[in-house]
Design a protein around this ligand. Structure first.
Ligand SMILES: [Zn+2]
Length: 344
């Protein structure tokens, strides 16, 4: 009786030690550096960029018009301030020819070189163009604060965070391309041009994390705005999906909504933003999206309606996912085959 009671206590205490180890393990699973640099993505920083990008001065950023080119210059200026490499013949601009037009349009990109795995590249993308000026109405300028000023802003804040990490000796092992594209609203022109004329080989491009509208709340989530729609994460790579889920479980704890994830979804969201041009080349992608809302493609898509707390949190999810992707030993393996059509 006595002996077995002793055994009982030994078993119980061993169990307790195991449980507390697991708890410590959980704590250690949070990467302190990742958290530190995610903290460089801030409400103040996001507000500063978006207030400029979605201002009336940029006239709705229509591709080929002066407003879009002003936005391109602003983004390039920010990339330069951060010290990102200008990867296209020493400029930040890739010309995107427009059919039957003499108008000028450019993708804007900044490059951060990695360390031991620098030949591989992670892309963070967002489109900076929008739909320009409406013909009628009191307020005619479509500011596109959410679409996709929010994604463009997120890319600038992500760049700031990774640059700061590199300055402090925690630079990414893989390289990063911060890619803001033009012509999305005219049919994904800029991303299509980039993937047909890549600056960094597509074979060595390990994933594209694309952000298009992350600053608002759609009608389905008014009662719980702590969410983000994720689309495409499991379509090509099991590992990418797991990394994304784990990043969210460990740090940001958003409700990840996969409602639009099915390629057969009637909204066809999977085909409707720039990530698709990477996916069609078999590059794993995740698309981050808040869903459509009453101000979608209207002059009322303005900065005053942006939830900067949510924009920052969603951008931080992108950051944590990206941090793992650029620093882990293995790139996310393409191990899912699917029969998705290769056209929009
Ligand atoms: Zn958009």
């Amino acid at each position: 009786m006595k002996a077995s009671r002793k055994l009982f206590f030994v078993v119980i205490s061993a169990y307790c030690v195991l449980i507390s180890c697991l708890h410590i393990g959980n704590v250690y699973a949070q990467d302190i550096s990742a958290q530190k640099y995610a903290g460089y993505i801030t409400i103040a920083g996001a507000r500063k960029h978006l207030t400029i990008i979605a201002s009336d001065a940029f006239e709705g950023r229509e591709t080929g018009k002066s407003g879009a080119n002003k936005a391109a210059n602003y983004i390039a200026g920010e990339f330069k301030k951060l010290g990102l490499v200008a990867p296209v013949s020493r400029t930040y601009f890739q010309n995107v020819p427009l059919k039957d037009s003499s108008l000028k349009a450019v993708n804007v990109m900044g490059y951060l070189e990695g360390t031991d795995l620098k030949h591989e590249v992670l892309v963070f993308s967002a489109h900076y163009d929008h739909i320009g000026i409406s013909l009628t109405g009191a307020d005619r300028i479509n500011n596109g604060a959410d679409d996709d000023g929010s994604g463009t802003t997120a890319v600038l804040e992500l760049a700031k965070a990774f640059v700061q990490a590199k300055k402090e000796g925690k630079g990414p092992r893989r390289s990063i391309l911060f890619l803001t594209v033009v012509g999305e609203e005219k049919g994904l022109l800029g991303s299509s041009w980039y993937t047909d004329h890549p600056i960094f080989s597509l074979e060595n491009t390990i994933a594209d994390l694309n952000i298009d509208m992350i600053g608002r709340v759609d009608p389905a989530h008014v009662s719980n705005p702590n969410y983000c729609y994720l689309i495409g994460s499991d379509k090509l790579s099991t590992a990418l999906h797991q990394i994304s889920e784990q990043a969210n479980d460990t740090y940001t704890k958003l409700d990840l909504d996969y409602k639009y994830n099915s390629p057969s979804d009637p909204e066809r969201i999977y085909y409707r933003s720039d990530h698709y041009n990477f996916a069609k080349h078999n590059i794993p992608i995740i698309f981050y999206f808040n869903g459509v809302h009453e101000d979608y493609h209207k002059p009322s898509d303005e900065v005053s309606k942006i939830r900067f707390d949510l924009l920052v949190k969603r951008a931080q999810l992108v950051f944590y996912t990206g941090w793992e992707l650029v620093n882990r030993d293995e790139r996310p393996k393409v191990d899912v085959t699917n029969d998705m059509p290769t056209h929009r």
